[in-house]
Design a protein around this ligand. Sequence first.
Ligand code: XMP
Length: 319
Amino acid sequence: DWTMGLYREQAIAAIRDQVGDKKVICGLSGGVDSSVTAVLLHEAIGDQLTCVFVDHGLLRKGEADEVVSMFRDNYNMQFIHADEQDLFLGELDGQSDPETKRKIIGKLFIDVFQKHANSIEGAEFLAQGTLYPDVIESVSFSGGPSVTIKSHHNVGGLPEKMGLKLVEPLRELFKDEVRALGRELGLPASFIGRHPFPGPGLAIRCPGEITREKLEILREADAVYIDQIRKHGLYDDIWQAFVAILPVRTVGVMGDGRTYDFACALRAVTSVDGMTADYYPFSHEFLGETATRIINEIKGINRVTYDITSKPPGTIEWE
Ligand code: XMP
């Protein structure tokens, strides 16, 4: 794509121009926007860039390892893997209110990011994967500069607090253009085509209290579900798909024994922008096969339901 080739060259020149020989910090979530931002900056300024990846213990199966091996090992970036699982899960212990959970995660995320960013001596810039729609949204809501963004991975308010200047190389792009730029930069399709994943991660797919046991079961069930979706060639037709583990145990029979395990809900929606959504019309065969696999393969779940709520009135996530 020659337009993206040109955009890439111009963006790299603009970054070098803005940053000079100073250091830049970039928060990396493993999502498309932050990944493309990091790779673009790395190409522009190499080791002047340090990425900070906060692992809050609410990621999916294998996700942290994928991010670490992609950016540290493959791209050879200066990379801080902030493994803060114990901190996050400790503070979340016993909390069941959705907004409280989000607030705890958001606040800790900023604290942890700041702590690690402070350890990078002489940093003057903070890179953010702000897209054009974020720019319009925040301007029209606040009338002010575009620093408060939807996701807590876009660390709103932090640049001022830390005395950092912003670098936002995706500011002029829409999502599909970011994907095209990512392809141009050679990011693997597995990163570029990923479903969106919320900043609070699995916390909002585990309604009620979060326990390590539930998270572990959820990770395994989600991995089986996504594997099914990929095997049936449906991944790219779906905006988002995930499992939620329900805060209820139900009775079942397995072999000649009685079980008393968690129920889960499968969710899959189509959407253009996440603002409205329809449930995905899986075939009954697909649903039956997936339920059987989850119950047979995952210890701790004995009942599978499919969520057929559209948005509105539902939301995509369960919290
Ligand atoms: P809902 O559940 O509100 O989700 O229909 C719409 C889209 O936003 C994502 N989402 C979040 N993303 N922090 C995020 O970064 C959040 O707190 C959050 N809540 C929802 C959700 O995954 C979907 O793509």
